[in-house]
Design a protein around this ligand. Structure first.
Ligand SMILES: C[S@@+](CC[C@H](N)C(=O)[O-])C[C@H]1O[C@@H](n2cnc3c(N)ncnc32)[C@H](O)[C@@H]1O
Length: 341
């Protein structure tokens, strides 16, 4: 929000399609209140007009949320609307055209889609949102339930709607649990990339105490900066320890989010990718951000510097005053030794 607000966008849209009541019995805030409090907390304050759309099918929950929001002291540029008693799909269909700007596009939008299962989440909605510029989605993919009901014959149509086609049936017959898990995860990721045309999709996996997959979060954006920000958020590890949270985009590179990243793992990936090649620091950064679970803050001092000191890479076009082990210029070219590891 601050990036878009500072970037001159006059209007920003936040959609919470399955908003819940806003607060739970144990006093914990629900997603709408978390979002509002986060937006209120930015300094300098946001100047763009922020529209928050909260959709909650259960009328009592929606009313509860409405009451909490009414009691909040929100600035004039925050506009909130709770759609109670209606489904995400119905509200989206009806309101979509009202939300478009004069350019025929949605304003920059962050859509959080957090259903109980697979019903009421047509893939087509994600496609429509992501066909607009500067939009992002965060989808809670309730793996455990989706997997459990995949072979139920009365759910075929619902699954077709959820996946936007019938490709999911190829995972139905897989009995081996790990293969089935990978099939379902990779399929949804692939559909987000290719059917919804999203440039960057990352998959985060939440494991429960018995090490079983509870759910995935799929994040989709067309902005490299958006991707960096999401990864920054994911690396702010919650260390309560009830769950294990990992980046699951690439099955061969499962990376746990821990207080201290596993730099050895990233070093291995960088060495494998660039061994014997000459590349710019900018290209290495893009690789790290887009193709690994790691961040743009993880690879310079902890990986490139020791590799240079050990003679595993050389700076090619460095300015005379450059200090060894510094990589501030994106255009700096590095040559990795053919045996870099
Ligand atoms: C997993 S909960 C959402 C939790 C919420 N995002 C939070 O963090 O507090 C799903 C919510 O969606 C509501 N719901 C179920 N089907 C819906 C639909 N088709 N459209 C909108 N809301 C729906 C449920 O009543 C429930 O409150």
């Amino acid at each position: 929000m601050p990036i878009l607000s500072r970037g001159g966008f006059p209007r920003i849209l936040y959609i919470d399609g399955f908003s819940g009541p806003g607060k739970y019995e144990n006093g914990e805030d629900g997603s709408p209140i978390i979002a509002l409090k986060a937006a209120l907390g930015f300094r300098p304050t946001l100047t763009a007009e922020i529209e928050f759309l909260f959709i909650e099918k259960d009328p009592a929950r929606a009313q509860f949320l409405e009451d909490i929001i009414t009691a909040m002291d929100l600035p004039k540029n925050f506009r909130t609307k709770v759609f109670g008693g209606e489904s995400f799909e119905a509200v989206f269909e009806r309101e979509y055209h009202n939300l478009l700007g004069t350019n025929g596009q949605l304003p920059p939008t962050f859509a959080f889609i957090d259903p109980f299962g697979w019903k009421g989440v047509p893939f087509e909605i994600t496609q429509r949102i992501m066909a607009n510029r500067n939009c992002e989605v965060l989808i809670n993919f309730m793996y455990e339930e989706i997997n459990r009901f995949l072979s139920h014959t009365d759910q075929v149509e619902n699954y077709d709607i959820f996946f936007g086609g019938n490709e999911w049936t190829k995972c139905q017959g897989i009995v081996e649990p790990r293969q089935r898990h990978d099939c379902i995860r990779d399929l949804y990721c692939d559909l987000l990339e290719h059917r919804a045309g999203i440039q960057f999709v990352r998959t985060f996996e939440m494991l429960n105490k018995s090490n079983a997959t509870d759910y995935f979060l799929f994040y989709g954006t067309n902005s490299l900066l958006g991707l960096k920000k999401m990864k920054e958020a994911m690396w702010k590890v919650d260390d309560r320890g009830d769950f294990t949270f990992s980046d699951a985009t690439d099955p061969n590179q499962l990376v746990l989010f821990e207080k201290e990243p596993n730099f050895q793992h990233l070093r291995q990936q960088i060495a494998e990718k660039f061994r014997g090649q000459e590349v710019t620091v900018g290209a290495i950064e893009k690789f790290v951000v887009v193709h690994t679970a790691f961040r743009e803050t993880h690879y310079k001092s902890k990986i490139l510097r020791p590799m240079e000191v050990e003679g595993q890479l050389q700076a090619v076009n460095a300015l005379p005053k450059r200090r060894k082990g510094t990589f501030s210029l994106d255009s700096l070219r590095l040559r990795f030794s053919p045996t870099a590891s």
